[in-house]
Design a protein around this ligand. Structure first.
Ligand SMILES: C[S@@+](CC[C@H](N)C(=O)[O-])C[C@H]1O[C@@H](n2cnc3c(N)ncnc32)[C@H](O)[C@@H]1O
Ligand code: SF4
Length: 418
């Protein structure tokens, strides 16, 4: 390649980060000192917010190649956790009203002008990928109701360095959209489904649509997604009696049914008694299938993965409440209105939208992101603090599960017998 210009990052003596371009063995300062206008001109882009960073090859990759810095300092927190997984909420809107996620009366939506535009979403995605993010999950609200979701995926797919594009969806329009989503480059799908009984499904999500979701799951299997992940929030008195039916689904289908401990958010009327713990679920399933086998999972995986021997699919447990996984957390989140959240249960947020719209340079944006990441706490305070804490309703955050919860009985962060 003609332009073997390598973008590296070096610490200067004041310990601030400075950006250099390496050309034929010598370093040139690329951004420092340049105005926003100059940066735009240099990169040949006239749009205000988008594409400062549109150039071939990711910084991350080249930095790695040159051995200058193994992972972006901006995305590494003070406990050494490297954040290579970004969850981006595409919308606050949803066509369902799940009891555990949003208050019955709905949520006050952010005015459209304050939501990230497509161009801003892609600009932020590029920046994070450049710094080392290699997996992006699109979430919401319901991401599939965003009209340009296919285009967003297609644009993300073009970004060098991004290995995985995933989506978490309620599945309502999946069957219809999946061929286009797949063509655009969607790699992984999680579909939410909390009951296999149509009437109960409708009660939980406060809308009709069970058959559409099932159709979406079948379509994903038919189109070769393997495993197709099914997210099931388990709530006492609602669907915990369906655990075994969900496990039975994995006998013939390449599904990973993920049982999620019910988590507290503003307005979802969480109550400790409604939560069914991982250990309790496991005990229940083991009574029916004693040969349930624990599979090895990756360091940053949030799910504990099991398989009933001989079954095609597998099971996952998201144990956010009873056995946290903060120590290996590699996730960051951007809300639909452009706030960076470094922890699902932390209420500190920084508006990347405002920084972008102020015409800040890439360097300034990175400094702000880096400062937020460095402020990320080692772990969360505990389940009761979370249940009393002011936080956005889940629908305004975008779902995911990583937090630190203390066992209520022994105060240990590792005990699972709550
Ligand atoms: C907020 S939703 C957004 C994506 C999409 N609308 C969906 O439902 O899959 C993402 C995930 O968060 C989960 N979720 C929402 N509220 C939850 C809660 N209180 N406890 C546990 N999981 C929750 C949902 O089940 C879903 O799998
Ligand atoms: S969990 Fe997903 S589908 Fe259900 S209300 Fe929340 S955003 Fe909508």
């Amino acid at each position: 390649m003609a332009a073997i210009a390598t973008l590296g990052r070096l610490f200067d003596k004041h310990n601030t980060l400075t950006r250099f371009r390496k050309v034929s063995g010598s370093f040139q300062r690329l951004f420092s000192g340049a105005t926003h206008r100059e940066n735009e001109d240099e990169l040949g882009d006239s749009t205000v917010a988008a594409s400062y960073f549109d150039r071939s090859g990711s910084t991350q990759e080249r930095v790695k190649e040159n051995g200058i810095l193994p992972f972006s300092a901006f995305l590494t927190d003070s406990f050494g956790r490297r954040h290579n997984y970004l969850r981006m909420s595409l919308t606050e809107k949803c066509n369902l009203r799940c009891q555990y996620c949003m208050p019955e009366e709905g949520v006050k939506l952010t005015p459209r002008a304050q939501l990230l535009t497509t161009s801003e979403i892609l600009t932020l995605a590029r920046l994070f990928i450049q710094e080392g993010v290699d997996k992006i999950r699109l979430t919401g609200g319901e991401p599939l109701i965003r009209p340009d979701v296919v285009d967003i995926i297609a644009e993300l797919r073009k970004l060098e360095g991004l290995k995985t594009i995933a989506i978490t969806t309620n599945g309502m329009s999946l069957a219809k959209l999946l061929p286009k989503l797949k063509d655009a480059g969607l790699d992984l799908i999680n579909i939410s489904l909390d009951s296999l009984v149509p009437a109960k499904f409708e009660f939980i999500v406060r809308r009709k649509g069970f058959h559409k979701v099932m159709e979406g799951i079948d379509k994903a299997i038919e189109m070769g997604y393997n495993p197709v992940k099914v997210n099931c929030v388990v709530m006492r008195g609602l669907n915990e009696d369906e655990l075994l039916d969900f496990v039975a689904l994995t006998e013939k289908k390449p599904l990973e049914v993920r049982f999620i401990e019910y988590m507290p958010f503003d307005g979802n009327k969480w109550n400790f008694k409604k939560m069914v713990s991982y250990q309790e679920m496991l005990d229940c399933i083991r009574q029916q299938w004693p040969n349930l086998e624990l599979l090895q999972s990756g360091h940053t995986d949030t799910a504990k993965i099991y398989k009933v021997q001989g079954f095609k699919g597998q099971l996952g447990f998201i144990t956010s409440m009873s056995d946290h996984f903060c120590g290996s957390c590699n996730r960051l989140r951007i809300t639909a209105d452009g706030n960076l959240k470094v922890c699902l249960f932390g209420n500190s947020e920084v508006s990347l939208r405002d920084v972008l719209r102020s015409g800040a340079s890439e360097e300034e944006l990175l400094q702000i992101i880096g400062a937020a990441v460095r402020r990320k706490k080692k772990q969360h305070a505990g389940m009761f603090s979370i249940s009393q804490m002011k936080n956005r309703p889940m629908i305004l955050i975008g779902g995911s599960f990583w937090n630190t919860i203390k066992c209520v009985n022994c105060a240990s962060y590792k005990c699972i017998s709550i």
